[in-house]
Design a binder for this molecule. Structure first.
Ligand code: FAD
Length: 348
């Protein structure tokens, strides 16, 4: 006989800033919490710009995004929620007692009283370069995100793309790369004018051109053929690294078929972060509501509201919000440990 699945109070789907902060706040309210993320690490969309400095999260002095991911991860684990990585949730079943059974693409199941959807932009995948055999260079010098600027030190870098990220990366590489060439299929860039103007001052900007062939030497690309979109004229460029920024695909998978009320591909919630399905709440970039702020700080505010609504759904007599952390008994032991560490001059 198979063991019955453990029943959780709250299951959070999506491990970006909204999901991680919801897991923390759920612990503050003493709820049995599970956080499920499709990718193999927490952090969500923040992994798209790990080297960028973040300035606009309250109470945090400027820090690199990868550091913010680490701090959010650590905070999310404060009350030891169950964290499940590498499972994309697809199936939803409402059981007779009103609880939910979730199924992951891997076949694993999760039993829960309430659900908080923090799916952000869904499962995001970079648009790959549609050239046969291009993928074999992904282990050497074909990049879809800039994880570490130092990889491009002293190199001749070709960037393909015309959006904010492509222009932003070009500008970031000005002082680092030996040269920067930007190739875009249209003459206009879909980015902030002053950033485009800056890029044009130092980069070799070729429009309307597309990358039509990669030439390899061993495992690495050493030349790229670019073709003029109108005349068909070809040019061969010497390169040490190629960055492709052709946007990304967004996919909510089967969750889009759960009967949730979506508008333009985004979840519609009310001011309590309630969805149209009782017991299912949502937060972060996945949602739209009258005061939505599409920022990390906005995701935190949504997370608190969604979690408090989930708590009240399970226990209508419960206080509307968690007791403030400065006076909350849940932190008593942890505060004591911090005091001892301070007395001993250790940082925790
Ligand atoms: C280029 C760029 C720069 C930015 N800079 C800033 C900034 O400086 N300051 C700021 O405040 N904001 C910034 N933002 C916005 C910020 O990144 C978002 O507001 C934030 O990431 C939203 O967090 P989230 O948790 O709602 O979603 P996400 O970060 O998108 O996380 C959603 C998570 O859900 C997971 N998921 C989706 N579907 C499933 C499923 N079915 N099963 C399991 N897991 C699933 C995904 O894999 C992902 O990890 C920036 C955004 C961009 C695009």
């Amino acid at each position: 006989m198979t063991e019955p699945l453990e029943l959780y109070d709250v299951t959070i789907i999506g491990g970006g800033p909204a999901g991680m902060y919801t897991a923390f706040y759920s612990g503050m309210r003493d709820l049995k919490t599970k956080l499920i993320e499709a990718k193999t690490e927490l952090g969500g969309f923040l992994h798209m710009y790990p080297e960028k400095m973040i300035w606009d999260v309250g109470g945090i002095t400027p820090l690199r995004c990868e550091q913010l991911i680490r701090q959010l991860d650590r905070q999310a684990r404060t009350f030891e929620p169950t964290i499940v990585l590498g499972q994309q949730i697809e199936g939803l079943e409402r059981l007779e007692d009103g609880t939910f059974m979730l199924t992951a693409a891997t076949g694993e199941r999760h039993h829960t009283r309430t659900i908080i959807l923090t799916l952000g932009r869904g499962i995001t995948n970079m648009q790959k370069l549609e050239l046969e055999g291009a993928n074999r260079y992904e282990i050497t010098n074909l990049y879809y995100t800039v994880q570490e600027l130092k990889n491009f030190l002293g190199k001749r870098v070709l960037i393909s793309g015309g959006g904010n990220s492509a222009v932003d990366w070009a500008n970031e590489l000005e002082e680092i790369a030996a040269s920067v060439t930007v190739v875009h299929r249209r003459n206009e860039f879909d980015a902030m004018e002053k950033h485009v103007a800056h890029m044009r001052q130092f980069a070799d900007v070729r429009t309307p051109y597309t990358v039509t062939q990669l030439h390899g030497q061993g495992d690495a690309i050493h030349q790229v053929t670019v073709t003029h979109a109108e005349t068909g004229e070809k040019e061969l460029l010497e390169v040490d690294a190629v960055i492709i920024n052709h946007g990304f695909t967004r996919n909510y998978g089967s969750i889009a078929e759960w009967g949730l009320q979506m508008k333009d591909g985004i979840m519609v919630v009310n001011e309590k972060m309630e969805t149209n399905i009782p017991g299912i709440f949502a937060a972060g970039d996945f949602v739209t509501h009258a005061s939505k702020v599409r920022l990390i700080a906005g995701a935190f505010a949504d997370a608190i509201l969604a979690l408090n609504s989930a708590k009240l759904y399970m226990d209508p007599e419960a206080p509307r919000m968690a007791y403030v952390s400065s006076h909350n008994e849940r932190f008593k032991e942890k505060n004591r440990a911090y005091s001892v560490a301070n007395v001993n001059g250790q940082s925790r």
